[in-house]
Design a binder for this molecule. Structure first.
Ligand SMILES: O=C(O)CCC(=O)c1ccccc1C(=O)O
Ligand SMILES: [Mg+2]
Length: 331
């Protein structure tokens, strides 16, 4: 909130809507994405921490939503953001159908190391993606041991980078020393008490940054500015409102050399607004200002108990933010 007072919970809840967005393809174990959006004087903000997150982790997401609704986007230096196709851990035969939702994409990010699947499944999925795009990056979400990562990376072959092959910073550093492909850090930044430890440990070549878990667009820009690594701005499987903040952060970066992971609107079967669907491999900046009206009859709303659960969660996270005082959401 960079010094601004927090809005009250009554302010936030007055316009809050809890939605259940159907996924076209299962992603991160989800077939429905529940999230909350609310409006403030600068436009719409999103509060959508995954349901299993505790309040401490979730409160950074609230800071991000409040920043969007009460401060709006930072000044931008570009309007068009190249995005990767996001390929969930689907059978190889389904990859072409996913890529078709990303017309013109030259990069695909392929999920690997899905529990219950094999390295052969990963190799086949990556091969199918290579058949459709020029460049492939993979994301293991920390699921490999060091030995598994080294073996898998050798089997998968050349990729733009491997995102979060293992869970810890030390393991990332060990894998990075053992292989030639670049390593990207995601969870080691967005879930870490100290996002800069990946640099001190020589654990990554690329920093994945996400507006919601990092506590907002400005907090994301600050990390991007000081981390000393090329960044990729990615989504947190946000609705169009949260994606607008990700796109705004990407649009404000002084340099941006990699496709961003902001095309996940293509994975939803419904959204709170016209989704950010990539055309020619890119999305274009758009802001849902205070004048924007979300048509409640056009969005799948949560039922009473789920809506109350989210409202209570917002109140608890708001208490954590106000106890913490102004400053970066994650401090
Ligand atoms: O980066 C992308 O292409 C999409 C975003 C994505 O993969 C993601 C979305 C929600 C939660 C976690 C992740 C992740 O990068 O691990
Ligand atoms: Mg990731």
């Amino acid at each position: 909130m960079s010094g601004n007072a927090l809005p009250t919970t009554a302010d936030l809840l007055a316009t809050a809507m809890v939605v259940r967005l159907p996924m076209r393809t299962r992603f991160r174990g989800l077939t429905v994405r529940e999230t909350m959006v609310f409006a403030g004087p600068a436009g719409w903000g999103e509060f959508g921490p995954f349901v299993e997150y505790d309040d401490d982790e979730a409160s950074a997401w609230l800071a991000a939503g409040i920043e969007a609704a009460y401060q709006g986007p930072p000044p931008r230096v570009r309007n068009v953001i190249a995005v990767n196709a996001t390929v969930p851990a689907v059978p190889a035969l389904e990859v072409a159908g996913i890529l078709a939702r990303y017309p013109g994409a030259s990069t695909a990010k392929v999920k690997v190391a899905e529990p219950g699947q094999t390295l052969d499944d990963d190799v086949a999925r990556v091969a199918a993606a290579r058949a459709g795009v020029a460049r492939v990056r993979v994301d293991a979400n920390g699921k490999w041991t060091v030995a598994e990562a080294i073996r898998a990376i050798r089997a998968i072959g050349e990729v733009e980078y491997v995102e979060q092959p293992c869970a810890t910073v030390e393991e990332l550093a060990e894998v990075r020393r053992a292989v030639d492909v670049p390593i990207a850090a995601d969870e080691s930044i967005r879930k870490a008490a100290d996002p800069y430890r990946v640099v001190a440990a020589d654990a990554a070549d690329v920093a994945i940054v996400k507006v919601a878990p990092l506590g907002g667009m400005r907090a994301t820009l600050e990390i991007a500015d000081s981390i000393g690594l090329p960044v990729v701005v990615s989504s947190a499987l946000d609705s169009a409102v949260g994606i607008a903040a990700g796109v705004a952060a990407a649009a404000a970066l002084p340099t941006l050399d990699h496709a961003c992971g902001l095309g996940t609107g293509a994975l939803f079967g419904a959204d709170v607004a016209v989704p950010f669907l990539p055309t020619e491999g890119a999305v274009t900046t758009r802001w849902f200002g205070p004048e924007h009206i979300i048509d409640r009859s056009g969005v799948p709303l949560a039922d009473g108990p789920r809506e109350q659960w989210w409202r209570d969660r917002l109140v608890r996270c708001h208490a954590l933010l106000s106890a913490r005082g102004p400053g970066r959401g994650r401090d």
